[in-house]
Design a protein around this ligand. Structure first.
Ligand code: PRX
Length: 653
């Protein structure tokens, strides 16, 4: 693989004042290098263990790792109780900002502890026991975080399903995990409108032949009317406030499962990524402390992700709370009610650390810097980016407009599967090149290799450079422990590409820069990254062919200035739909995808074509469709059955 890169990298060294007070130091790398396992043992001791672990890592049953073997802990105790016991009960844990202006709540650690205990007691009364699965389908309300922590406290696995996902997406996840309970809200605010959510749960469950769900617990948020099934459905406010605020946390094994989080793979069926307790919490806490330079006494931290994604799990719930942080949690969209909202929130709470996605930075760029400049953003001292490569232009804009050209930016590379940040600058230590995630964090090992597993050499910053596969060549504490119910798929998906070497293949392409720093270039499999959301081509294709008018569909991700990638679909219609206009059909198909998956999966373009380019073995040549979608010269077409098919496709574009 070769490509031309013309960006001139500039080095941004850490400001001296920041460096002088930074949590991280250069020695951290040396320490981890000298004795990796001892280093991780030290990080694990950031947590409170009821029973200390006897071994740091057991890697004998690869690729199934065990970290902190023999140790026992309670994750929720680590996230709330211990801060109260340390005398910090009055510290604000969550400044919650609702979407409707003026709708705000402040929750201290002492209050959070009481609420988590009440919820844990209520969930126990409703029949949950350790090992059960609970689906959480909620907007960004404090109860969503309470529900996650209550599950963690009981050793119950949560499976958070993004509230923007459709009923059928929820149904598939409830079914796969055989969830015993769904926790939801009556409705949610979307750009000022209250829309129903509980009704979607009912739809999801009605579609199951044999529903595993015994109870649906409903938090009142919008007071919208809800359908109700007596005996199954329960109001949160009728069971939680009445439950006792005392609850003794049970210590669970370090490898006790903590949560499932479904993510897109290269097939139509989402994978239930499984994370466990001790290793996950260790790396969440460690990375949150060093990568975000968190000073729990003085910082106000804000991660703009949704709890439906892994970023919300690790950097809203488990990382910050295990570290006793004070954070902002915002319910709504950035433009509610105006484009000033994020800046108003930063100003209102004095946010000092702000962590968001490149796509949002590009949205702010589009809105214009005047909006940011109308606000006092001087409280910001560190910025973060996650979810997709950040283009150098957006990086520089972010630093200039949000950070007054003085704040470090941490570009954190990681995945649902890695559980926590893996490659990132350390603020106060690393000199950054805009657009590069720089190097693996202390304790983490990554390599960029060619097809045969040979490590690539650094590329010059200008001209041609070689790209390769990003692999993780040593196990790490927050690594996924498997795919729910499908150990073979786990081995096949992540560990077969470099089976001989025993490396984890992340699915991303990358290259080394001139100083050996890592530039992640994006997915090289059939997974798309739309505004930082992971969607597989197969999922969208299966939604499209689910429509009675579609005979065949092929989907590709084409680069998009705003969303990173955008979905382009090519469909062949069945003959009997010929009477409907193509425009009508395309509208219908977009709506179908939105209904089946989520509005975020709606294709930017749908082209009705007479044929799809296929190899002799019947495989759709997505590479060529990508060329078409991006308006490029076609690559090698020699393996196609009928190279002429492109004339027809081009004609229909
Ligand atoms: O392609 C990489 C991209 O997002 C993928 C992981 O997506 P997901 O599991 O949804 O987790 C997103 C939040 C951690 C990766 O395989 N990605 C994530 N962060 C970066 C990135 N690409 C480049 N730079 C990043 N900082």
């Amino acid at each position: 693989m070769t490509e031309t890169h013309t960006e001139v990298p500039t080095l941004y060294p850490p400001p001296a004042e920041f460096a002088a007070n930074a949590n991280a130091t250069e020695e951290l790398y040396a320490e981890a290098e000298a004795d990796r396992l001892a280093f991780w043992a030290e990080q694990a001791n950031r947590l409170a263990w009821q029973t200390p672990f006897s071994e740091v890592l057991d890697w004998s049953d690869r690729p199934f790792a065990k970290w902190f073997v023999g140790g026992k802990l309670n994750v929720a105790y680590n996230c709330v109780d211990r801060h109260v016991e340390a005398g910090n009960g009055d510290r604000v844990a969550i400044h919650w900002e609702g979407e409707p202006v003026g709708d705000a709540r402040t929750i201290t650690y002492a209050e959070l502890k009481d609420e988590v205990c009440r919820a844990a007691n209520a969930l126990t009364q409703l029949g949950l026991v350790a090992g059960d699965r609970v689906a959480i389908y909620m907007p960004m309300v404090p109860e969503a975080i309470v529900a996650m922590l209550a599950c963690a406290r009981l050793g119950v696995m949560h499976s958070v399903v993004f509230a923007g996902f459709s009923a059928s997406a929820l149904r598939a996840r409830v079914e796969d995990a055989a969830a015993k309970m769904v926790i939801t809200t009556d409705g949610q605010y979307r750009r000022g409108q209250a829309v129903s959510l509980k009704a979607g749960v009912d739809d999801a469950l009605a579609g199951l032949d044999d529903s595993p769900v015994e109870h649906v617990v409903v938090v009142r948020r919008t007071s919208i009317d809800v359908p109700w099934t007596e005996g199954r459905d329960v109001w949160w406010d009728q069971v939680v406030p009445a439950a006792p605020a005392e609850h003794t946390p049970e210590a669970f094994d370090s490898e006790h499962p903590l949560f499932l989080l479904y993510t897109s793979g290269t097939t139509g069926k989402p994978k239930g990524i499984m994370h466990t307790s001790g290793g996950y919490l260790t790396q969440a806490s460690y990375t949150h402390h060093y990568v975000f330079d968190l000073k729990p006494e003085s910082d106000v931290y804000w991660c703009t992700a949704d709890i439906g994604w892994v970023t919300g799990h690790t950097y809203i719930v488990y990382g910050p709370l295990s570290n006793g942080a004070t954070q902002v949690v915002y319910e709504g969209t950035p433009a509610s009610p105006t484009e000033h909202r994020h800046f108003e929130v930063i100003e209102k709470y004095g946010v000092s650390i702000y962590y968001t996605a490149p796509t949002l930075v590009r949205t702010f760029m589009k809105w214009g810097r005047e909006i940011a400049f109308a606000h006092d953003l001087s409280s910001l001292r560190l910025l973060g980016s996650v979810g997709e490569p950040i283009n150098p232009e957006a990086w520089r804009w972010y630093r200039l407009v949000f950070g007054n050209d003085r704040t470090p930016i941490v570009d954190t590379w990681w995945q649902t599967e890695t559980g926590a940040a893996m490659i990132s600058p350390l603020p106060g230590v690393t000199s950054c090149k805009p657009g590069s995630a720089m190097r693996p964090l202390p304790g983490i090992s990554a390599k960029i290799v060619d097809d045969d597993g040979n490590e690539l050499a650094p590329s010059p910053d200008h001209g041609e450079h070689v790209t390769g596969y990003l692999v993780l060549d040593k196990p790490w504490p927050s690594m996924l422990r498997g795919i729910w119910g499908d150990p073979e798929r786990f081995t096949e998906t992540y560990w077969s590409r470099f089976a001989e070497q025993g490396w984890y293949f992340a699915g991303d392409g990358a290259r080394y820069g001139s100083d050996g720093e890592i530039w992640v270039l994006g997915r090289i499999d059939d997974v798309m990254n739309i505004s930082g959301h992971r969607i597989s081509t197969a999922e969208v294709e299966s939604a499209l062919v689910g429509h009675s008018g579609v005979a065949e569909a092929a989907v590709v991700g084409a680069s998009d200035d705003h969303t990173g990638q955008a979905i382009c679909a090519f469909v062949i219609l069945k003959a009997h739909h010929a009477d409907m206009s193509h425009e009508q059909m395309v509208d219908e198909l977009r709506a179908e995808v939105s209904r089946e998956i989520s509005p975020i999966a709606k294709p930017r373009e749908i082209h009705v074509v007479p044929e799809l380019p296929k190899t002799r073995s019947g495989k759709i040549m997505r590479r060529l469709l990508r060329d078409v979608a991006e308006g490029r010269e076609l690559g090698d077409t020699s393996t196609l059955v009928d190279p002429g098919v492109f004339e027809a496709i081009r004609a229909s574009k």
